[in-house]
Design a protein. Sequence first.
Length: 176
Amino acid sequence: MRIALASVLILLASPLAAQGPAVGEMAPDFTLAVASMDGVATAPLTLSSLRGKPVVIAFFPRARTGGCTIQMKAYRDRFEEIFGNEVHLLAISTDSPEALASWAKDESFPFRFVADTAGVAGRAFGTLAEGRSAASRVLFVLDAEGKVAKIMRPFREIDPTAYDDLKAAIQTVRAK
């Protein structure tokens, strides 16, 4: 009984690694396959290569599902208003790069998708629990240096005010 209780206490004492970065911390770096409406890129994307501009990392569960489609269409339809050319938007799921490229092409999504098929980024950011095959819907707004400026957990994809909150977070990062 004492061993089991000690194991539970150890697990409870170590959730910080599973929760991902906190506001003010550097975002974990990753290098993963990237896709867009133009297809799957020949070279993978490394997060740290995007420094110099703010980055929004939008973890979502699955391509072509109801809530995820609502979310990505809102990004598409409000892309210039919320992101423009000054912000990198990376939508990340555990779907294959080919599935993401197909979806991006079918829906004319003007941003990049990152294929986290092994869950590397999801675990590093605390959005993919052990034993799960899909990430939770969480957004990270990074400043131009790669530090986490805002976390939206969970991101409320069907609430229009969530997109206004995201826009405000991005404007705050741009103003720095």
